[in-house]
Design a protein around this ligand. Structure first.
Ligand code: AMP
Length: 294
């Protein structure tokens, strides 16, 4: 395992891999690695000949007042986890290199950043899109791996890779969950025992909404209201959003009857348990012509 901090050194080693005909899988992270990250690494390991992980808590994707300073940074343990997972190169970038004095070039994926987390985290997706563009330009991987837990981020990244002709194949991986369904997240470590118990309600509420959607019962409005009600019942979760959207585009669903398909609906939630902001989602396949007999 090589651990490099310098942009140029990483780019040179990645060049050497490519020149030797080795395929590169890339997993960008902010560290505090858990089983969700390691599932991305395992998939990259299985599909590529060299695996590069970046660990960088990207300041530009945190809005003022968010948890940039409090974000966990257990770098030694993360490097050890990468070694055990068979990673070839860890890139621990530094803000002064990725955003040097004079930096002024930003990547904004416009429409996909408008719903859900976009308005609640001003500048977040601009920060994500910019750092991902930089990292993909440095590493130039054959494939890059992202987690479905951050569904909107997956769409934003896929879009910018297409629009900027970056030539990387974007692969998305299923959300890895704790045994009670809570989506793994570096932020879960900050939950108190009581908040941790409450947080498991997010996945239960999403799963119940998926059942309602699959049965085709009610309207888009009643589905969203039920999802929000299930999240709020019992207290302890402050819901930021609880929405059903067209999964590939994040467009609002037409109001009224649930969509008849074929298609995919995204059920997406952001909620706070105490000070900790949690997001989760499910993508539900809607078969063609549900509810008709022809
Ligand atoms: P982060 O370090 O939180 O920026 O996440 C780095 C990558 O890991 C992103 O592509 C995330 O979507 C992905 N990821 C985070 N948590 C999970 C999880 N529970 N399951 C699958 N992927 C995840």
């Amino acid at each position: 395992l090589k651990v490099l901090r310098e942009v140029d050194a990483v780019a040179r080693l990645a060049d050497r891999f490519r020149a030797a005909g080795l395929s590169i899988g890339f997993v960008p992270t902010m560290g505090a690695l858990h089983a969700g990250h390691l599932a991305l690494v395992a998939r990259a390991r299985a599909e590529c000949e060299r695996v590069i992980v970046s660990i960088f808590v990207n300041p530009t994707q945190f809005a003022p007042g968010e948890d940039f300073d409090a974000y966990p940074r257990p770098l030694t343990a993360d490097i050890e986890a990468c070694r055990e997972a068979g990673v070839d190169l860890v890139f621990c970038g530094e803000a002064r290199d990725l955003y040097p004095p004079g930096f002024q070039t930003w990547v904004a994926v416009e429409e996909l950043a408008k719903p859900l987390c976009g308005p609640r985290r001003p500048g977040h997706f601009r920060g994500v899109a910019t750092i991902v563009s930089q990292l993909l330009s440095i590493v130039r991987p054959h494939r890059a791996y992202f987690g479905r837990k951050d569904y909107q981020q997956c769409l934003v990244v896929a879009r910018l890779v297409t629009d900027l002709h970056l030539g990387t194949e974007v692969r998305t991986c299923e959300t890895v969950r704790e045994s009670d369904g809570l989506a793994m997240s570096s932020r879960n470590a900050r939950l108190s025992p009581a908040e941790r118990t409450t947080a498991a309600r997010i996945h239960r509420a999403l799963a119940a909404a998926r059942e309602t959607l699959e049965r085709g019962e009610g309207s888009v409005e009643s589905l969203e209201a039920k999802l929000r009600g299930d999240l709020e019942r019992g207290g302890g979760l402050e819901v930021e959003y609880a929405e059903a959207l067209d999964a590939p585009t994040l467009a609002a669903l037409p109001s009224g009857n649930l969509p008849r398909g074929p298609g995919h609906v995204l059920l997406a939630v952001a909620a706070r348990a105490g000070k900790t902001r949690l997001i989760d989602n499910l993508v539900v396949e809607i078969p063609a012509r549900r509810g008709t007999t022809d």
